[in-house]
Every structure is written in structure tokens, then in C-alpha cells.
Design a protein around this ligand. Structure first.
Ligand SMILES: Nc1ncnc2c1ncn2[C@@H]1O[C@H](COP(=O)(O)OP(=O)(O)O)[C@@H](O)[C@H]1O
Ligand SMILES: [Mg+2]
Length: 448
């Protein structure tokens, strides 16, 4: 089945659109990436969305308007991709659109109810699905997080389902590291390391401890030979194992995922300021590479309480947002730290904070042989080098090795979730989100 996935994440760098061919059913899912593109937001829109997402500056008429406007932009992204790929629109069965997160309130807020107190968790993604379905004529599924929230989860992260289906390995533990605006990881133990007892392991699901947000993560030495990582051209095949797992749910339930700390948001924010708005990000990490590491600043950055906090945890845009950036820039100014040194140190901090989280919360459960990197940060070559260095002994690769461009993994993930919903199968991992049970995600807007 041909399915398009759409998302704009916390970086708000534009709409990632993936055209996929999906076959099979869990745990034997095949995803082939046929084509993709990034549809940039028009200039000035990022700031309007930031304003709409700000509790102090937002106006309800603005959100109302942007919901429909973004519906049109997501439509443009889908139509541009269809045109680029040369596939007929009628061949596309589904669009799965995450939309743009405006706000996420995963901490329960109590309200009185007729039958007792109600614990409310909520989330708002905009980019109206009715517009996408109407303008493309293709059945569109949106609002993926709501059902998980309704089932007592925190509605995030949802991508670990894709990570598990595509990247699990019977013999070796793996960690998938997504470096978007914020960084997060998904730990997928090997089958032998995922007995049902892990369901009562040391990391509690978010619902019990109160998670905190939304979406929108090598080889031992001496190395035991890892199971080969095979990509079939650009086919990503979840059938990497000879035998299907004996118990799909038990294994899936042993997956752990959480945010580790800062991601591209910090580098992007610094580069925007340093270049006075000329550049949006540090292309391939070239600017960071020119600088020198400031060890004292690094230690300070790594002392941010979120980084060493035990999971479950989820950062918000604001956790590493404007105030965080202002503070770093102030310190850099006071200590006369040069711009390249500052960006290098911030980049090293991303790698080190991921490694710190692995050491504390993942390695005690099992040492991964391979770290598979995805998200736009995987294109920052300097950041990748930093990660390889700090995760020493673990083989660092990107999802490209599996035939999936790292930048487009999230979009492919929402194509997969739409496919699962269409087949009336759940797409959340309750142990990851804290939901009471697996649930079928999303709202379906029929096409023509
Ligand atoms: N070639 C590149 N070099 C360095 N950074 C890059 C490159 N390509 C993308 N990025 C980074 O990736 C970010 C977007 O990543 P993405 O996964 O879309 O994040 P999000 O999900 O938060 O939107 C950009 O803001 C930029 O910082
Ligand atoms: Mg993005």
C-alpha cells in the first residue's frame, strides 16, 4: 500500500514528507521509501507558530486560523511529493499527518467530574486533516496522540513503534537515537534480553511518574560479531530475523524510550544569532568544527537537571528554548568564549548528554552493540563524530544503512502509524507512553 507520512517537528524547519510502500503486518512489516522531500515553511511562519505556541503571546483566533492554513501547507507538501515522485494520486491510499505541535500538557491536571475527579492530559497538533483530505482527495489520518492520552498515556513518543519494527535484532541490543530539535532515544533489547520480567524493570512508564511532553537517540570491544545490518537497497525490512519473535507483544513491551536533552534547537538558535538570521543551522557541523571545546562551559551545560533526571522524561521546546539560549550566550559573552568555541561546545554537549543518559539508564539494562542515528542531526557530521567518540565501543551508524534517510524517519513513522490505524491495529507502545493498553490511533478523514 502506498502511504504518505507528513510531520513538522520542534525545529519547525519545514514539513518532512515521505512516500512509502508498506506491506505486511506486525511484526513482519516492510517499508520501502519511494521518495521524499522537505517542504519549507514560508518565511515568517516559524515565528507566527512560535507565537501561537506561547502561553503568554498566543491568541485563539491565531490558532484557529493557523490550523486551517497549515492544513493547506501540509496539502502542498503532499501534492509536491506526489508530483515529484511521478506516482498517480489515485495510487496513494493514505496520508498520515502528524501536523505541528502547538502545545502538549502531559502532566495530569485534576478537574471535578460527575463520577469523581478526572485527570486531564492533553495535546494539540494543528494542520487540519479535513483540508488535506478535501484538497488531495486522499484518505487522511491525523491527531495520532489523542487516543493514547485518552487511554492514560502521555501521547509521546510514538516513533518507538517504528524503531522497534524496523531496527530490532534477535541477537543484539540496539539503541535508536533521534536528534531533532530535542534528542531522544529508543532502546530495543535483543530478544534474549527482553523477558516479560522487564515489564517490571527499573524504568517506570510515564503515566505513573508523570512524564512531561511530545515528539513534535557501536560495538563492544573486543567486539562480539554483531548481527549484520542489512538494507535491501532502499527497502527497510523488519524481517531481519530468520524466525519471527515468539512473543511480539512481550518483546515490544521491553522497548524503552525517552528524551535525553538538547538537540538541534540549541545549535540552530546559536547559529541564527551569530549569523544575524542569515543561517538557520550549522551545515554539516562546519562552524562547530572550527572551534575549541570549552570544558568549563561543557560541564555547566551538562549539569542541566533534565539531562541527568531519571526516565520517564520528556523535554518541551521551552526546556531548551529561548531562556536557555539567552543564558548560554550571556555566559559566553562574560567569559569571552568565541562563537565557534560556543557552537562546538554546544554540539559536544548534545553528544555527551546522550551518552550520559545511555550510561546511567540504558547500559545497566544491556549494552547496545549498535547506535542507529536519525533525525536532521544525523546530517551534522561533526555531531556524529562526537557521538562515535563519546559512545566508545558502540558502533555508530545512521538509518541510511537500512535504506532510510535519517531526516525522513519521523515522516515514514507517521505513514506507518496511518497504515496500522487503517488496518485497525494499535500503534502505541503502552510501556513507552504509559497508556493503559495498546490503542488504535488517530482520526480518519475519508478521501474522495
Ligand atoms: N546538513 C545538515 N547539517 C547540520 N544540521 C542539519 C543538517 N540537515 C539538517 N540539520 C538539522 O536538523 C534539524 C531538523 O531536524 P528534524 O529531524 O527535522 O527536527 P524536528 O523533528 O525537530 O523538526 C535542522 O533544524 C538542523 O539543525
Ligand atoms: Mg523538522
Amino acid at each position: 500500500m502506498k502511504v504518505i507520512g507528513l510531520i513538522s517537528g520542534t525545529s519547525m524547519d519545514g514539513i518532512d514528507a515521505a512516500l512509502t510502500e508498506i506491506k505486511g503486518q506486525p511484526p513482519e512489516i516492510r517499508i520501502k521509501l519511494l521518495d521524499y522531500l522537505v517542504h519549507p515553511y514560508p518565511s515568517g511562519l516559524k515565528e507566527r507558530i512560535r507565537e501561537a505556541a506561547s502561553p503568554t503571546r498566543s491568541r485563539v483566533n491565531q490558532i484557529c486560523h493557523l490550523n486551517f492554513y497549515l492544513g493547506h501547507l501540509f496539502t502542498e507538501a503532499a501534492l509536491s511529493l506526489i508530483q515529484k515522485s511521478g506516482v498517480k494520486p489515485t495510487e496513494i491510499k493514505l496520508i498520515g499527518s502528524h501536523g505541528q505541535t502547538i502545545y502538549h500538557l502531559p502532566q495530569p491536571i485534576g478537574e471535578p467530574g460527575k463520577f469523581g475527579r478526572i485527570e486531564i492530559r492533553s495535546s494539540l497538533q494543528i494542520g487540519e486533516g479535513a483540508v488535506i483530505a478535501e484538497k488531495t482527495g486522499i484518505t487522511t489520518i491525523t491527531n495520532f496522540r489523542a487516543r493514547d492520552l485518552a487511554a492514560g498515556g502521555v501521547g509521546a513518543p510514538l516513533l518507538p513503534y517504528l524503531h522497534y519494527l524496523l531496527f530490532r535484532n534477535q541477537q543484539s541490543n540496539r539503541v535508536v537515537i533521534n536528534i531533532g530539535g530535542i534528542s531522544n532515544l529508543t532502546f530495543i533489547p535483543s530478544l534474549k534480553n527482553s523477558p516479560p520480567s522487564m515489564a517490571s524493570g527499573s524504568v517506570e512508564p510515564p503515566a505513573r511518574r508523570g512524564g512531561n511532553r511530545g515528539e513534535g537517540v557501536k560495538l563492544l570491544s573486543p567486539p562480539p560479531q554483531p548481527a549484520p545490518l542489512k538494507g535491501e537497497g532502499n527497502i527497510v525490512n523488519s524481517r531481519q530475523e530468520r524466525r519471527p519473535p515468539r512473543n511480539f507483544r512481550n518483546w515490544a513491551d521491553s522497548v524503552i524510550a525517552f528524551d535525553t536533552g538538547p538537540g538541534n534547537l540549541v545549535i540552530d538558535g546559536l547559529i541564527r544569532k551569530i549569523s544575524r538570521g542569515k543561517h538557520e543551522f550549522d551545515q554539516d557541523g562546519q562552524f562547530a568544527r572550527k572551534g575549541r571545546l570549552n570544558r568549563r562551559l561543557l560541564d555547566y551545560l551538562l549539569s542541566h537537571e533534565f539531562i541527568s533526571q531519571a526516565p520517564p522524561k520528556a523535554a518541551e521546546r521551552n526546556t531548551f528554548g529561548e531562556d536557555y539560549l539567552k543564558n548560554i550566550r550571556k555566559i559566553a559573552k562574560n567569559k569571552s568564549i568565541s562563537a565557534p568555541d560556543l557552537v562546538r561546545t554546544a554540539t559536544v554537549c548534545i553528544a555527551e548528554s546522550i551518552t550520559l543518559n545511555c550510561r546511567r539508564f540504558i547500559f545497566p539494562l544491556g549494552r547496545p552493540e549498535t547506535a542507529i542515528i536519525c533525525g536532521g542531526g544525523a546530517n551534522n557530521l561533526f555531531l556524529l563524530e562526537c557521538l562515535s567518540q563519546s559512545l566508545s565501543g558502540i558502533r555508530v551508524t545512521t538509518t541510511q544503512e537500512f535504506g532510510l534517510d535519517p531526516k525522513i524517519v519521523e515522516a515514514a513513522g507517521f505513514a506507518l502509524l496511518a497504515y496500522e490505524t487503517w488496518h485497525q491495529r494499535p500503534g502505541n507502545l503502552p510501556r513507552v507512553t504509559g497508556a493503559g493498553k495498546p490503542v488504535i490511533l488517530g482520526c480518519i478523514y475519508p478521501g474522495n
